[in-house]
Structures are given as C-alpha cells and as structure tokens.
Design a protein. Structure first.
Length: 115
C-alpha cells in the first residue's frame, strides 16, 4: 500500500501563492502516475494536474499558466505550486497515486482563497 501525506494548505488572499507537498511511502519511480485533485463543497472531485514517472505532465484548463506540478525523486515528494490563486480555487486538495492495480488517496489539505 502507498501512503500519501499532503501538506501546505492554508488561507491565502486572492492573487497569492501556496505550495502543496505530497510525501509518499514508496519510491515515486515505482508509481506510474501521481496527481493532484480537488473537491469543493457540493462539487465532484476533479483533476488538477498529473505527472507520470517518465515526466509526462498534464493540467486542467482552469489552472494552466497558474499551477505547476513537479516531483523530487530523492525526497519521494510531489509538489503543486499554485500562483495567482482565485476564490474559485478554494477546495480540499488531494494527492493521488495510481497504477493499473491500485489507486491511493491522501487525506487532503484545505486551501481557502479569500480576502
């Protein structure tokens, strides 16, 4: 089983920045796909950004140009740098580790964008 621990959420003003971290219990080389998802109150969970273990990256249209996903293989950690945050980015952000035989989630970290 892959354990995922997110951190870095919090309260930020519109236009501000946050960096989320997701530490994994396994080598991220062995995890085919890792990603960040979010779920706002009353809405379905949606994909934000995904990175594969060969470095392939994709972003949701609503974060392109504002968010950056990256990985530190030595620290077994995946990051989500979030800039130019908007109130509509308010949600619980979840880290995900996925392969053909498993699909694991972290506990989530709250991001609130408000003045």
């Amino acid at each position: 089983q892959v354990h995922l621990v997110e951190s870095g959420g919090g309260l930020v003003q519109p236009g501000g920045s946050l960096r989320l971290s997701c530490a994994t219990s396994e080598s991220i080389y062995s995890i085919p796909t890792m990603g960040w998802y979010r779920q706002a109150p009353g809405k379905q969970r949606e994909s934000v950004a995904v990175i594969s273990n060969i470095g392939r990256i994709s972003y949701a249209d609503f974060v392109k140009g504002r968010f950056t996903i990256s990985r530190d293989n030595a620290k077994n950690t995946v990051y989500l740098q979030m800039n130019s945050l908007k109130p509509e980015d308010t949600a619980v952000y979840y880290c995900n580790a996925r392969a053909r035989t498993y699909n694991y989630w972290g506990q989530g970290t709250q991001v609130t964008v408000s003045s």
